[in-house]
Ligand binder design. Structure first.
Ligand SMILES: *Cc1c(COP(=O)(O)O)cnc(C)c1O
Length: 473
């Protein structure tokens, strides 16, 4: 399998190059030259364990790593640091919850970042050289990425987070990691500022090459790839539980990384009827899927901070397919977006923007109500991101009745992706339920540990200087 850039201006590369490149050298995102079709193999895939299923899916894309090596990397990623179930599906009322928080930092980010850490180490050990990871986090990527690479030889990691805009627990999950190769940076700005600094430093090719900059954000293709696995897995487990041929999957969305993996999985033949995209009040993506217009708003802080994003970096991958894999058209749209803060795709009258998606947003009251109601009715605690998902999924159901968008919706079970453990967001749980219910020993132990973090202004030159100084020590 070869990989190309959405902007069409880099030579095609192999999988391992794509993983090291992170952001494509022309400023675009790396995409596979084609999408493999696994639809004829579902009966066989259904029978597999999580790790064996991951091997089948990852090996369809990672064609320049041997199957034996991939099996070992996947085994290390999911066999040792995850709870044995990896990604359990549990029934909560009339929906199913796909719990993706059974990894070491208790968000779904671990699923991809454990594998990515192992991939980096494997690729560097066979090629030699070093890697300096520069990342931006709205909360959970940072801790999962740090956990994926801490203490690994040849890898340094620099993670920027927006100062004061991630939860104290998320901050501690990162800044209490004191390994010498881990460098936390608090940026005096928003997540979009952090992401902008990361993109422009990674876009400075001389700097990128001189300092071997790599990416752990979902611009890295390996993250999207690792996340495809659980969409197949969820549909298979729900079929065992209900006999349903297909599922609808609701995804709390920020950077469009998780749900993009679901879209690829659908294209590969995963038995998914539709994806439900859920945002919080930062609703640029849900507005897009309802109107065809993608336009920037102001970032507002919510109780679901990992989704407090306006510029969704992975949206470019989706848009590339939407414009028929035409890099010239894509570049035009992205240039227009950079200039005006908006872009638009054509939507035929009376048609949905994309039949694969439905979309909605949940505001703070709605997400709190979803947490409260779910706990009261089912004794199950949702984290605030997952609560956005369930709230949106439930709000969309009535719209189907008589809408002509497929009566089968009524019959397809709903799977909602639980992106984090509620103990990561105790304030939201307290606000919703009135009680301090969300605890986990791993989280509680973080308080009182020493921390290390550098504060910098929202200025890419300050970050560049910090990296250069750190590397020269
Ligand atoms: C990262 C994150 C999200 C958003 O995921 P995207 O891939 O950016 O859409 C949602 N919920 C939680 C808890 C997260 O950590």
């Amino acid at each position: 399998m070869k990989y190309v850039s959405t902007r069409g201006q880099v030579d095609s590369v192999e999988f391992t190059d794509a993983v090291l490149m992170g952001l494509a050298d022309d400023g675009g995102l790396i995409v596979p030259e084609r999408i493999p079709d696994l639809s004829g193999r579902l009966d066989e895939l259904r029978e597999l364990s999580y790790s064996d299923l991951a091997l089948e899916i990852v090996s369809a894309y990672a064609t320049d790593i041997s199957r034996e090596d991939l099996a070992a990397l996947i085994g290390k990623s999911y066999g040792e640091v995850f709870d044995p179930a990896v990604a359990p599906v549990v029934r909560v009322g009339d929906a199913f919850i796909l719990e993706l928080w059974h990894g070491p930092t208790m968000s779904f980010k671990d699923v991809a970042l454990q594998l990515l850490g192992n991939l980096f180490e494997h690729i560097l050990s066979s090629r030699g050289g070093a890697l300096n990871i520069l990342g931006a986090t709205s909360g959970d990527t940072g801790s999962a990425a740090i956990c994926g690479v801490r203490g690994r030889k040849g890898i340094n990691i620099f993670i920027m987070h927006p100062q004061g805009r991630i939860s104290p627990i998320q901050q501690r999950q990162m800044t209490t990691v004191l390994d010498a190769n881990v460098h936390n940076i608090a940026i005096e700005g928003s997540f979009d500022d952090c992401q902008q600094i990361m993109k422009s430093l990674a876009g400075d090719l001389d700097f990128k090459r001189a300092y071997s900059l790599g990416a752990v954000n979902s611009v890295n293709w390996a993250r999207v790839l690792a996340q495809m696995v659980y969409y197949f897995h969820a549909a298979f487990r729900v079929r065992e539980l209900t006999g349903a041929e297909k599922v609808r999957v609701c995804v709390p969305t920020g950077n469009f990384g998780n749900i993009l993996a679901g879209w690829y999985a659908m294209r590969m033949g995963a038995p998914i009827e539709r994806l439900i995209l859920a945002t919080n009040s930062n609703d640029i993506l849900s507005r897009f899927f309802n109107t065809g217009r993608y336009s920037l708003g102001e970032v507002c802080q919510t109780l679901a901070p990992a989704m407090d994003i306006q510029v969704a970096s992975n949206f470019e991958r989706y848009l590339y397919y939407k414009v028929g894999c035409d890099p010239d058209r894509l570049r035009e749209l992205m240039a227009g977006f950079a200039e005006t803060g908006g872009l638009e795709v054509e939507v035929a009258p009376g048609q949905a923007v994309d039949d694969a998606f439905e979309a909605g947003a949940a505001d703070t009251d709605e997400l709190l109500e979803a947490i409260r109601a779910c706990y009261q009715e089912h004794g199950y605690l949702l984290d605030p991101h997952t609560a956005c998902g369930l709230s949106v999924a439930h709000s969309l159901v009535p719209a189907h009745v008589g809408s002509g968008r497929g009566q089968s919706d009524e019959g397809s079970p709903l799977v909602c992706i639980a992106t984090a453990h509620p103990a990561k967001f105790p304030e939201a749980i307290k606000q919703a339920t009135g009680s301090d219910l969300a605890h986990h020993p791993t989280i509680d132990e973080l308080m009182g540990l020493p921390t290390l973090c550098e504060t910098l202004p929202k200025d890419q030159e300050a970050v560049r200087r910090f990296i250069i100084e750190t590397m020269s020590q």
